[in-house]
Write a protein that binds this ligand. Structure first.
Ligand SMILES: Nc1nc2c(ncn2[C@@H]2O[C@H](COP(=O)(O)OP(=O)(O)OP(=O)(O)O)[C@@H](O)[C@H]2O)c(=O)[nH]1
Ligand SMILES: [Mg+2]
Ligand SMILES: [Zn+2]
Length: 350
């Protein structure tokens, strides 16, 4: 399941008596399935996890401490994550949702056919950049439907320079062996990408049998949009593990506080040539980034996408600050009240 000496150390540091280590295979609300040395056990999250909003609940891929109970086991603690894939929690601008934890390689799966979209790939690569070192590997699936492969390669080179990219067909198996270097014993992979791009088909191919349901995406009737409904960790025959995820309609990257969007090393490099250190590359004189766009050496859409992501990161940050300020004000008000009450009761104190 990916356990190694480093996890052994973290486990000892956690010092959780009467528990054993396990890895989260899947979860559905408070119900978890955890792989332990003795096999998978059903576990629940004690109430305090849900009451304390500040606590990150365990995600698929997390190493946890489970206390065996007759019936359901209890998850007592989560080992500090090595890496994570997070997005903005639906309907919230201030909370993140961890989609998968302790991932070495994220397979960013896209459809090489009509649905190919370089901007979306950039958004995924950016989202992964905030997760403590998850390595993105772009997988362009449905190679059997790609008319012009050189064209796809060119787009990839522009959208994600320096990121590994593999063109394959999960259905026919063509090109799938190019994933071998990422499938070493103990490695954790996760498939992310829109619904219908073939994540589960690829996982079935790697498993060697049809474990995961696959299917056409029915957008026209709006029902059963996603074939996969749960995130789930599966063991591959070669000793790696892989996490299947339901396709996301739209990925809103989660930017860790104080960070800027990653995955744009080429633009960062260009920006070193700007006249002003704090250049926003919008309309500043002597801007090397705008000059590159003008000269055609930097894709204008790629530049625009980075600006969009930077706006999203700034917005997220401001919402977080607003929430923090509101909480602070509330605390101060309550404290003020308490002090006034004390003054009334003990007037001689001042
Ligand atoms: N032509 C072609 N079709 C493929 C290929 N891989 C997958 N498909 C088809 O694409 C459709 C969607 O595949 P899934 O594996 O269910 O897609 P998914 O990404 O898991 O989708 P969600 O679970 O909804 O997120 C199915 O009809 C597959 O048969 C491929 O390499 N070539
Ligand atoms: Mg699926
Ligand atoms: Zn600039």
């Amino acid at each position: 399941m990916g356990w190694n000496a480093r996890w052994g150390e973290r486990w000892r540091a956690l010092n959780a008596p009467d528990t054993e280590p396990g890895r989260v295979l899947r979860h559905d609300g408070p119900q978890y399935l955890v792989e332990t040395e003795g096999g998978p056990v059903a576990a629940v999250l004690p109430g305090r996890w849900r009451q304390d909003k500040g606590l990150d609940v365990p995600a698929v891929g997390d190493w946890v401490a489970v206390a065996p109970e007759s019936g359901l086991a209890r998850i007592e603690a989560v080992l500090p994550r090595a890496t994570w894939i997070a997005r903005e929690a639906a309907g919230s601008r201030t909370e993140r949702q961890v989609v998968a934890a302790n991932v070495d390689y994220a397979l960013v799966v896209t459809d090489g056919g009509a649905d190919f979209n370089a901007r979306r790939i950039e958004r995924y690569v950016t989202a992964l950049g905030a997760g403590g070192g998850v390595q993105p590997v772009i997988v362009v699936n449905k190679a059997d439907q790609v008319a012009d492969r050189a064209d796809v390669r060119r787009d990839l080179e522009r959208a994600a320079p320096g990121v590994a990219a593999i063109l394959l067909s999960a259905q026919s198996g063509e090109g799938v062996d190019e994933l071998t270097p990422y499938l070493a014993v103990g490695a954790t992979l996760a498939c992310v990408g829109s619904s219908g791009v073939g994540k589960s088909t690829l996982i079935n191919r790697l498993l060697g049998h049809a474990s995961q349901a696959t299917g056409e995406v029915r957008e026209h009737d709006g029902r059963g949009r996603h074939t996969t409904t749960h995130r789930e960790l599966l063991a591959l025959p070669g000793g790696a593990v892989i996490i299947d995820t339901p396709g996301l309609r739209e990925l809103v990257p989660w930017f860790e506080p104080g960070t800027t969007p990653g995955g744009f090393a080429d633009i960062a490099e260009l920006a070193r040539g700007c006249r002003y250190r704090d250049c926003r590359h919008v309309d500043e004189p002597g801007c090397a980034v705008l000059a590159a766009v003008q000269a055609g050496t930097l894709d204008a859409e790629r530049h625009a996408n980075l600006q969009q992501l930077e706006r999203e990161a700034a917005f997220q940050e401001s919402r977080r600050n607003d929430t923090a300020a509101r909480t602070r004000k509330r605390t101060e008000r309550t404290l003020g009240r308490t002090v006034r009450d004390m003054d009334k009761r003990h007037p001689k104190r001042r």
